[in-house]
Design a protein around this ligand. Sequence first.
Ligand code: ADP
Ligand code: MG
Length: 233
Amino acid sequence: LRSELGNMERLSLVGQMAASITHEIRNPMAVVRGFLQLMHEKSPSTLDHYYRIVMEELDRANGIINDFLSLAQNRVTEKTECHLHKIIYDLSPLLWADANLRGQSIELELDENVPELRLNSKEIKQLILNLARNAMESMNVKGQLTIQTKADDNSVELMISDTGAGIPKSKLDELFVPFFTTKDQGTGLGLVLCLSIVEHHKGKITVNSVEGVGTTFVVKFPRTNISPIIYSK
Ligand code: ADP
Ligand code: MG
C-alpha cells in the first residue's frame, strides 16, 4: 500500500493548516478553561481528576504550538555535505533510551555505500526522530524498530520500519493531513513536518503498511553530485 504526496498538495495542506490552527489551539484551551471553572465550583475530591485533564490538554496545546513553529520556520536554512549515518549515530543514545523504556529493540542496517549528501542535519534529525517515535508508539513491548539505509546510482533511501499495529488502508490518504491523529495526546503535525523536511531536500516520502504486521516509511533522497564540475578546453 503506497501513498505519496507531491509539492502542490503540500502547499495546499500548509495553507489549510494555517487556516485551522487557531481553531485547533482554541479547542484544548477551552477545555482547560471549562475544567478550571468546574474545579473552582466543585468539591476538592474531584480536583485530582480535573488536574490531570488540564495538564494533558495543556501539553497537547503545547505540542501543537511547538510542531507548528518547527513547520513554520523558514526553510532557507543551510545544507551542508554530511553523512546520514553520522546523524543516525548522533541520535542513537536518545532512540535507545526511548526504546529501552518501552521494552522495544532497535536494529540498524546501514549500507556502507551511502555517500555524503547535502543535508540540513538539524532537519534530518527531526525527521528521523518523528518517524522513529511514531514507530515506537505503534508498537507494544517487544516491538522492533529497524532503521535501514540503501544506496543505488541515483538515490539514497532511508527506511524506518516497525512491527506495530499498521495503518488501515482507508487512513493512508489522511496521514499527511494536518491534525490527523489517532492518539489521545497526538498533534497530527509530525508527519506534516516530515513531508515538509523531505521536500526541502527534494526527496520523496512513501509508506508501506500492513495492518497487524507493521509499517515502513521510506524516504528517498536524490543522490547529488557533490564534487565541483570542472570545465576544461
Ligand atoms: P501524531 O503522532 O501526533 O498522531 P503524526 O503526524 O506523527 O501525528 O502521525 C499521524 C497519525 O499517523 C498517527 O496518529 C497514527 O495514526 C499514524 N501513524 C504514523 N506513523 C505510524 C506508524 N509507524 N504506525 C502506525 N500508525 C502510524
Ligand atoms: Mg507523531
